[in-house]
Design a binder for this molecule. Structure first.
Ligand SMILES: [Zn+2]
Length: 268
């Protein structure tokens, strides 16, 4: 069989894929790296797991974990929390931004070990009860390459102690001023947590693999709805947030998110 000659376009695509894989390998090599962002009265540790993040929000004597990674990464996450100076047994809560395995999967491990209070969106009750991802809609070639693995990811089924169906005060459940806000889209029960100048957005969008800008998450079924949600968050509930903490890569500055939103409105 005669192979057709590679076109410039196909060579470029192969080069881009090679660069992406190299960047992903670099990110993986930095898997244990923790990024710390300090605000006036609180600190946020981004705990980098297999290819996703969990976030530790600390203010005074209170600490809350936002997302808990894959179930198999729970012991590494436990060690990372201790490394940030927090006893995992003293966490006020784990807030699950949504029921996908790479965000919710590790929460049950902490609940079984420490009786940690679990908080999740009411719309993801069925997702947590099955411990299986719902339908994923890939948005790029990298996600299409990972789809089989991610679609089949599972975790031990889990029930939250508190289900969020409307905005609640973070202080009431974790002792830290802020809000837990339902924002259906990526999943039916997706949550956003806003605490002063920090916003935790789960998979509403992600950070770029190379660089520090925001970009569309790997999986999103309704992109127009997703953009409306991001715009509404930026000018509404997270208007004071200076830093957006995302489920993958990041964190991302407010200016970068605002610039990204502006670029959608410009004629292509
Ligand atoms: Zn997700």
């Amino acid at each position: 069989m005669i192979r057709p000659p590679a076109t410039a376009a196909s060579t470029l695509i192969r080069l881009q894929m090679a660069l992406l894989l190299a960047a992903a390998a670099l990110a993986s090599a930095c898997a244990s790296r923790t990024t710390e962002v300090r605000f006036d009265e609180q600190v946020v540790h981004t705990l980098r797991l297999s290819y996703n993040n969990a976030h530790l929000l600390i203010r005074g004597n209170h600490a809350v974990l936002i997302d808990a990674g894959l179930e198999r990464d729970a012991p590494a996450l436990d060690a990372a929390i201790r490394g940030a100076g927090v006893d995992p047994a003293k966490l006020r809560a784990i807030i699950i931004t949504h029921g996908h395995a790479d965000h919710a999967g590790g929460a049950g491990w902490f609940k079984r070990r420490y009786k940690t209070q679990i908080i999740a969106g009411a719309g993801d009750k069925a997702l947590l009860a099955t411990g299986h991802n719902d339908k994923l809609c890939p948005t790029d070639s990298q996600a299409r390459g990972r789809l089989a693995e991610d679609q089949n990811a599972t975790y031990t089924p889990l029930a939250a102690d508190k289900w969020i169906a409307k905005t609640v005060n973070l202080a009431d459940v974790a002792g830290i001023p802020g809000q837990i806000i339902p924002l259906a889209g990526h999943t039916a029960g997706s949550l956003v947590v806003v605490a002063g100048e920090a916003a935790f957005v789960g998979d509403l969008f992600r950070g770029e693999i190379v660089g520090f800008g925001p970009t569309t998450h790997f999986y999103m079924c309704d992109l127009a709805d997703n953009r409306r949600d991001i715009e509404a968050l930026l000018t509404g509930a997270a208007a004071r947030a200076r830093t957006y903490f995302v489920g993958h890569f990041g964190p991302v500055t407010r200016d970068a998110v605002a610039g990204w939103v502006t670029s959608w409105r410009q004629p292509q």
